[in-house]
Write a protein that binds this ligand. Structure first.
Ligand code: IPM
Ligand code: MG
Length: 354
């Protein structure tokens, strides 16, 4: 397994270091892994004047899978947009063609009290959000800030999906639903936006290829409300890039902390980019207090989806369950009576549990 390791910015290097410990622990048990590191985001800009240096993109393309930390930091916010860290992330997603972003929101029973929602609302929660990742208003043209004919500046972005893009992400959604509870909820804004009217039409049409899947549709505003009202009604949710960005952050809080949420971004051949769903958290960077579990669980997803090792994935997930049962908690999930752990202590505990 050739894995490109891109720590990025903020807490990225700290959390990726813990995930790398886990990979190395598996390697000492016979798994063959080859790791190579490269800068991305602000680190890419500092090293090579580009948030996605050519060498980093090449490494990612040559690898079987990519493990990424997070990008972004205040010191880069005033750079021209193409030089900002987020562009490195968007370009690597687009460059790798990883259009299917899987963001599971799973509540570990030990963390029910860490959620801001009542335990009975979230206990047993297990949602898979399938977010389209390489289209939509994130990439649509035209875009920019321009002066209009009244001499006033205006900002323009374009929400755009073509049929084939909708079809390929819908297929991923249906296939994941078939492996889970066979319930698929497609989230759109078809009452207002033509882009998503087309989305709804195509997703509906494909239901005939998956007759066992119970398909429903929900407007995004209602979905945002239902996620906090009665989140257990959902099994698999499928949606576009921008709605998925927002809903997956919302869903993460149901599970106690965004620090728990892994993600997999897959291309058509299951080659993948694996990263925690959270950002670079510059306010806590360098303090060894970040939660590395989302990144460690992203490694589990890597084994499952790219390397077809359900056994390896389950082993990591069980190790995470075990450390939670032992009471280890980073600051974001700490509650009275548990054991406060630093980022590196949490990583070490997972390795011990493995
Ligand atoms: C995410 C992040 C990114 C996104 C940012 C950092 C560009 O919020 O992965 O959800 O909007 O996709
Ligand atoms: Mg986001």
């Amino acid at each position: 397994m050739k894995i490109a390791v891109l720590p990025g910015d903020g807490i990225g290097p700290e959390i990726v270091a813990q995930a790398v410990k886990v990979l190395k622990a598996l390697a000492s048990d016979g798994l063959k892994v080859e790791l190579e590191e490269a800068p991305i985001g602000g680190a890419g800009y500092d090293a090579a004047g580009d948030p996605l240096p050519d060498a980093t993109m090449k490494l990612a393309q040559d690898a079987d899978a990519v493990l990424l930390g997070a990008v972004g930091g205040w010191q880069y916010d005033s750079l021209p947009r193409p030089m900002r860290p987020e562009q490195g992330l968007l370009r690597i997603r687009k460059g790798m063609n990883v259009f299917a972003n899987l963001r599971p929101a799973l509540l570990y029973p030990e963390l029910a009290s860490a959620s801001t929602l009542k335990p009975e609302v979230v206990s047993g929660l297990d949602i898979m959000i399938v977010r389209e990742l390489t289209g939509d208003i994130y990439f649509g043209q035209p875009r920019g800030i321009q002066v209009n004919d009244k001499g006033e500046r205006e900002g323009v972005n374009t929400m755009r999906y073509c049929e084939s893009e909708i079809r390929r992400i819908a297929k991923v959604g249906y296939e994941i639903a078939m492996k889970r509870g066979k319930k698929l909820c497609s989230v759109d804004k078809a009452n207002v936006l033509e882009t998503t009217e087309l989305w709804r039409e195509i997703v509906t049409g494909m239901n005939q290829d998956y007759p066992e899947v119970e398909l429903s549709h929900m407007y995004v505003d209602n979905a945002a409300m239902q996620l906090v009202r009665a989140p257990k009604q959902f099994d698999v949710m499928i949606t576009g890039n921008i709605f998925g960005d927002i809903l997956s952050d919302e869903a993460s809080m149901l599970t106690g902390s965004i620090g728990m949420l892994p993600s997999a971004s897959l291309d058509a051949n299951n080659k993948g980019l694996y990263e925690p769903s959270h950002g670079s958290a510059p306010d806590i960077a360098g303090k060894d207090i970040a939660n590395p579990l989302a990144t460690i669980l992203s490694v589990a997803m890597m084994l499952r989806y790219t390397f077809n090792s359900e056994e390896g994935a389950t082993r990591i997930e069980n190790a995470v369950k075990k450390v939670l049962a032992q009471g280890y908690r980073t600051a974001d999930i700490y509650t009275d009576g548990t054991r406060k752990a630093s980022c590196s202590e949490m990583g070490a505990a997972v390795v011990a549990a493995l």
